[in-house]
Write a protein that binds this ligand. Structure first.
Ligand SMILES: [Zn+2]
Length: 67
């Protein structure tokens, strides 16, 4: 069994970026997280838009994201 954090919707294993972007977009204190596809669905945008947000937050030096 893996203790990796999984998407609360589809159960896919999450990357650190997905966990960080969930915190940024939904709630900093979030305890359950969504993958890029489910975040896109949640906000009714294209997954590409979520990836752009990740890139943007990283470029801003957001501390939630690993360098
Ligand atoms: Zn998902």
């Amino acid at each position: 069994m893996s203790d990796a954090t999984r998407c609360r919707v589809c159960g896919r294993e999450l990357t650190k970026d997905e966990i960080a972007v969930t915190k940024k977009l939904i709630c900093r204190g979030a305890v359950s997280f969504l993958c890029v596809s489910c975040l896109a669905e949640h906000f009714q945008v294209e997954p590409e838009e979520i990836r752009e947000r990740i890139a943007y937050f990283k470029s801003m030096g957001c501390t939630l994201f690993e360098k």
